[in-house]
Design a protein. Structure first.
Length: 616
């Protein structure tokens, strides 16, 4: 473990510690269940078991109070909003009134349902149960009440709320209610006089905090229960809010911000330290490579060559490619490598391999740039682009290259692979042979390019050590995915070349890639039918039919699933150069399938390529 890594871990530990301290301070200052609050100065105090907030934000919805826009303390019972005027905690009772001053009518809604955890009670005359009569006075207005008698007074507006309530012992005649209509009578633990005066009394028995308070402690919900409580002894038994000095809060907040800054500095330093190590490794490689390396350009040279990166030719997984020129006669393609990913190994790999390669069918590396975090590769520019742009079916006369030219291209690619496998000081396996990585010059001479995934091997490349699959999906040999098919060797490039040949013959892609985890190899059965003479394609003469069949047969041999069944690249070139199509044996179909779809001209078969990928 490096020193920077240790310091980074220490910084993260400091940050976590400071964060815990701040959480403890906030918790002690704001989350005390017994902390007292009010909606307004002089309003009823709100403390355990009550909470200030809407129902869905309270531990026990029945004890949930909220503040109105007028800063009034409100309680909702059965959708009826009532104003809390007083809470008497020793007797566990509270006093309510109706903001609309129509309590007799709203009481009918409350009396018919459960109002737990509360119950009604009357403070008049010591009575527990009263018999109440309800009258509808909407047709006569306010009754002629004996205003000198407090018993019969009412504070409600009989015009907007014409429901009148009386006790059973009160005289209807004295109240002058003969013109009103009696609706019904009920039994309730409230007094009619209280209702007429817009007063309602409630009492709760659960939770009972009398025992806790007698001990000088406070109540607390037990294990998130809404019925059971437990006594808690703390340093704040009166339930008052603890005031934390602002200096403490500022100190804790400042410490956390400082911790964040320290961690950020360490992370940035660690990042640049790693980049410096990568650059040092690249520089050491280039120093050792000084004897036979291509030209080395500065980043300013690269900007000048590309005209300030004016014209982009394309962009791949490892970087973008721009058009440039070394002189009026020499046009080049400049590949700017991504400097945010990787550790420089791909750059070292490509420069190290391509600097030693000199073959007509392999792209020549003209120069490179390795300045700070900037890395670039400079190649000859091939205006025709890649082979992928020229793969079309034979019926497309305007764009199809012709069978002789396709054979010329196939033979050139084969000779380029033969040079990599057998003509270098150390055999090179490309691992990414596909139409995108074959460039064509003005004479359609193929040039194998992109050696970022290539691997230098020992003198015997029949067994290659690998830790993970590499290449382009659809062209990767089965053994690169799973060793159940054999060892990775130069035969892996043979498989990729075979898939390329079949695409050239068929004029279409043989792979359907929807994602890295889900792709299919589309094997054209009609190529087997072609070599058997059952399918006719558009050709000018019989000689071109022979070329098409020969390319197809060679491609079929190259894509055999078992590496031992594939020919060497030398045998492939011999077949392409000298053999006649009738001298070649058609190999077995490696993609056996029980289902196929037949059209009027050809048959296609689809079979998922089910391989267990090797993890890095």
């Amino acid at each position: 473990m490096t020193e920077s890594t240790v310091l980074l871990l220490q910084g993260e530990s400091i940050f976590i510690t400071l964060l815990l301290i701040l959480l403890l301070i906030v918790s002690s200052s704001g989350n005390n269940e017994s902390a007292e609050s009010r909606c307004a100065i002089g309003g009823p105090p709100i403390r355990f078991p009550f909470q200030k907030g809407m129902k869905d934000a309270c531990d026990s919805p029945g004890f949930c109070l909220y503040c109105s826009e007028k800063n009034e303390t409100m309680l909702v019972l059965a959708a009826v909003k009532l104003r809390v005027t007083y809470i008497y905690y020793p007797s566990q009772s509270l006093y309510l009134e109706d903001p609309e001053n129509c309590l007799p009518r709203k009481f009918l809604n409350l009396n018919n349902i459960s109002i737990l955890p509360y119950e009604f009670y009357s403070s008049n005359y010591g009575q527990k149960t009263n018999f109440l009569n309800f009258f509808d006075c909407s047709s006569v207005g306010l009754p002629h009440l004996r205003n000198n008698d407090q018993l019969y007074q009412t504070s409600q507006n009989m015009i907007s709320c014409p429901t009148y309530v009386s006790n059973s012992y009160e005289s209807v005649l004295e109240l002058d209610l003969t013109s009103c209509t009696k609706m019904f009578n009920i039994t309730a633990q409230v007094s009619a006089s209280n209702l007429r005066l817009n007063q309602l009394n409630l009492r709760w028995s659960i939770p009972d905090c009398s025992k806790c308070e007698a001990k000088g402690s406070r109540c607390k919900w037990k294990n998130n229960s809404t019925t059971d409580v437990e006594c808690v002894v703390d340093y704040n038994p009166q339930g008052k809010k603890i005031d934390i000095p602002q200096s403490y809060i500022f100190t804790a907040t400042g410490s956390i911000l400082l911790g964040l800054v320290v961690i950020a500095v360490f992370k940035i330093a660690h990042h640049f330290r790693k980049k410096e190590e990568d650059q040092a490794r690249v520089e050491k490689f280039l120093e050792d490579y000084r004897a036979d390396k291509p030209a080395r350009f500065t980043y300013a040279d690269v900007k000048r060559i590309t005209g300030g990166f004016k014209e982009k030719l394309g962009e791949g997984a490892h970087g973008a490619v721009f058009r440039g020129k070394l002189s009026n006669e020499i046009q080049v393609a400049v590949k700017i490598l991504n400097n945010t990913e990787g550790d420089g190994n791909d750059f070292i790999n490509e420069v190290g391999i391509m600097g030693k390669i000199h073959h007509i069918n392999v792209v020549r590396l003209l120069g490179f740039c390795a300045e700070g975090l900037h890395r670039a590769l400079v190649y000859n520019l091939f205006p025709n682009g890649s082979l992928q742009s020229f793969i079309f079916p034979p019926d497309d006369k305007d764009r199809f290259l012709g069978w002789e030219k396709l054979q010329h291209i196939a033979l050139g690619i084969g000779k380029g692979i033969e040079y990599l496998h057998q003509g270098c000081d150390h055999p090179i396996i490309h691992f990414d042979i596909n139409p995108h990585n074959v460039l064509l010059d003005d004479n359609f001479t193929p040039k194998i390019s992109d050696f970022g995934l290539a691997k230098l091997c020992s003198k015997n490349p029949s067994l290659v050590s690998m830790t993970a699959a590499r290449g382009t999906l659809g062209y990767i040999a089965p053994e690169v995915f799973s060793r159940n098919f054999g060892n990775v060797s130069y035969k892996s490039d043979i498989y990729s070349f075979g898939m390329l040949l079949l695409e050239m013959v068929g004029g279409r892609k043989n792979v359907d890639i929807s994602s890295a985890q889900n792709f299919h190899v589309l094997y054209p059965d009609w190529i087997h039918n072609l070599v058997d003479g059952d399918v006719h394609i558009h050709v000018e003469d019989e000689g071109e039919v022979k070329i098409a069949k020969k390319l197809a047969i060679v491609g079929l041999w190259c894509i055999q699933w078992q590496p031992v069944n594939r020919p060497s690249i030398k045998s492939v070139i011999q077949m392409l150069e000298t053999a006649e199509e009738n001298q070649l044996t058609v190999p077995p179909n490696p993609f056996h399938s029980t289902t196929s779809t037949t059209t009027g001209r050809l048959t296609t078969t689809r079979r998922p390529l089910e391989l267990e990928a090797i993890q890095e």
